[in-house]
Design a protein around this ligand. Sequence first.
Ligand SMILES: *Cc1c(COP(=O)(O)O)cnc(C)c1O
Length: 954
Amino acid sequence: MTDSTDFHFTDYQPYDFANRRHIGPSPSEMAEMLKVVGYPTLDKLIDATIPASIRQKEPLAWGAALTEREALDRLRETANKNQVLTSLIGQGYYGTITPPVIQRNILENPAWYTAYTPYQPEISQGRLEALLNFQTMISDLTGLDVANASLLDEATAAAEAMALCQRQAKSKATAFFVDRECHPQTIALIETRAAPLGWTVIVGDPMTDLDPVDVFGAIFQYPGTHGHVRDFSGLIARLHQTGAVAAVAADLLALTLLKSPGEMGADIAIGSSQRFGVPVGYGGPHAAYMAVKDAHKRAMPGRLVGVSVDARGNRAYRLSLQTREQHIRREKATSNICTAQVLLAVLASMYGVFHGPDGLKAIAQQVHRKAVLMAKGLEKLGYKVEPETFFDTITVEVGHMQGLILRAAVAEGVNLRKVGDTRIGMSLDERTRPATLEAVWRAFGGSFKVSDFEPTYRLPQDLLRKSAYMTHPIFHMNRAESEMTRYIRRLSDRDLALDRAMIPLGSCTMKLNATAEMLPITWPEFSDIHPFVPADQALGYKEMIDDLSAKLCQITGYDAFSMQPNSGAQGEYAGLLTIRNYHIANGDTHRDVCLIPTSAHGTNPASAQMAGMKVVPVKARENGDVDLEDFRAKAEEHAASLSCCMITYPSTHGVFEETVKEICEITHRHGGQVYLDGANMNAMVGLSRPGDIGSDVSHLNLHKTFCIPHGGGGPGMGPIGVKAHLAPYLPGHPQWHGGQGAVSAAPFGSPSILPISWSYCLMMGGEGLTQATKVAILNANYIAARLKGAYDVLYKSANGRVAHECIIDTRPLNASAGVTVDDIAKRLIDCGFHAPTMSWPVAGTLMIEPTESETKAEIDRFCDAMLAIREEARAIEGGKADKENNPLKNAPHTVEDLVGEWNRPYSREQACFPPGSFRVDKYWSPVNRIDNVYGDRNLVCTCPPMSEYAEAAE
Ligand SMILES: *Cc1c(COP(=O)(O)O)cnc(C)c1O
């Protein structure tokens, strides 16, 4: 028994450990780590790491950190201020049902949402298969040869399609034709993209206004935004005669019933896969798709999954044709896209697997039937319904009754679309119920029952689909829920995501995505809001966006934020356009030079090119810093036409450069603006602010620093912050009337994932965020210290410190033992790790970023693995191990290696259980090392036929 005098109440609150949720090392572990790094306290380490000249003066202050419960209560209160009505607004966003088996096992499953982009294909076979299913489904439905693994949204995909038309056209024309039946946001984005590139956009009726001689390409919407279903075959043939390229923006559900764009002769199809099970979420995230004819595949933007073989000749998936991408091609890349919408593409692909072609067709037929019933009721009331034939969307002329009917519908709980000043539009969907039809009829003054009408078809006869689609067995598996659950589980088990091990990818900030932050994203009050609802139905979103923007302003030292860009690269593009618009408004129309250090992320030059700028590279010094002399010289040389510079801070070499303020001053002195790439903000939050350093605009990657999970390659959010003088030039949106050109389909990009970043800020408080930054720096410096002697850290500050990441040099191992950076990356898989960032920003190096969320134990496990790899290389150096037949060259090892005869000069034990790996929880790579060259030479981007599966299994 306890003596009552011994009893005391502790201050410890079991759920009140905001900092410990996100911060890996415990206080005692931090003390040990600081000893290894050689500093008495965390603050002393930080003082030595961050130059005093750029330190933030005031701490972040917005009240105390909330506990998990308090934060969720706050989110709940905010969510309740959004009103969930039934939306028949359409315009690219439709009601859909996420099958629960998919919601729980993918959307809410960290094995899927915490994965990284599949650059290390051996540990990404599961999501690569899901993406190959996506590509196969898209390619089948559109009737085109090759589909990519997602783009950011339908409108940006349309802008990408225009750029692709321009690259591929034989016509030398400089104008692009846009069907006026395209969604308004699609037209807006095409106009935004065309302006800086000097292309003219002609918007009109393709049947009367399109002269193929005038254009390098054209885009048509199918079905049109107001419901028209037209045949473009004749127009496309005429475009081809003049060497122009034709694109069709197509609705995937409609394509299950209607002739495909490919069958009309289209070169390109784009669109959204949102209505395949992905909630509207006030605008996103959703996966857009793009499919092209074979002739255009090498010019296509975005990631492309392909089939290759591994070292045993077994089938394996990987990303194909990566040489098209910005990280290699830079300003000559096909686009700036980096983070795309992988998780959403996976969701849509599983919706396809779940329903199969018959299920999808049945859903489409039901949607069409509801639209016909709706039309019949309205016609009975005397309204003229347009068009005569349609799929899911109809438009009604209502004259001066428009406002009255729209309000009456809202009173009935339904949002309809305001079209011009006298018409009303509506799009029916998978979720529309009989009661919804009856409510709309009441709003129009009718009191019918659905059973009063006979459903008939009003699809255009000559456009009915006759071709088959989704014939592959994957879309015909037994869909008992036990099978679906196991298929999803099998795929995720093949992958290595954050739920199993740290992912030390430099510059990618793969930190914790806390469960409490994830919970609200599937609440209907966030996920079921159409992006174009009346403002008073989204007051919760407004409150969240305003508060998050205010906090980001405080964190960055900027004055205004735009939440529109839905990836980091899109943020760069938006920020550069903001600068461009500012110069133009000041009469400086000639300012188009953008200075970019050679070490910059590939998206920087690619975005600058898209914004119509001339990229002038600036040298890096031996130590990785921007070469100040070269910078000064280039700035002077281009002073008259200088638009801006684009720098990354802390530098891509993981160091806080002392000269950053001077770079800003030089740029400003010559009339330029400073774009600071804020992807590395995890090293700055609470300690240093871009706005104070002298930068004018930055994007933040909320999917890095602010806890939105990477999703295996998206979603992301790349909001931009600006100083006050640039605020008037931020992106606008057609939905807002006015402002500059829109850069995303929805006004706030992908707002349904903002609760993640907002609750992170709320649960950390200013103090917690600052502590996270400090620990991220400690963790990186600890790794640098532990690997000392085995590997050289390439770049350090004058006093030997790194920021939140460190680059280690593996080139000496290549020289002494023939061990490449690839060998190390693959051997790390045997140890149970995802490799650090490879060969960027310097070839033959590894860039390690542990983030604050990793514990000392996990970091030690990683360091042990890296040190053991060094010893394996040493064995080769000393002649104790074979130069070719060794664990590094043969990595990763699979179960296949263990069966049969073992005739290698090292043991199975060494092969499969190197330091770092777990015995019981061992991660087994599902494939041996993948042959990249084979995959590009024999390009296959759809599911291989079943006969090949059988062969692979033999
Ligand atoms: C990640 C990153 C980007 C691009 O962000 P995305 O969201 O992938 O488009 C840009 N710059 C740097 C330095 C980055 O690390």
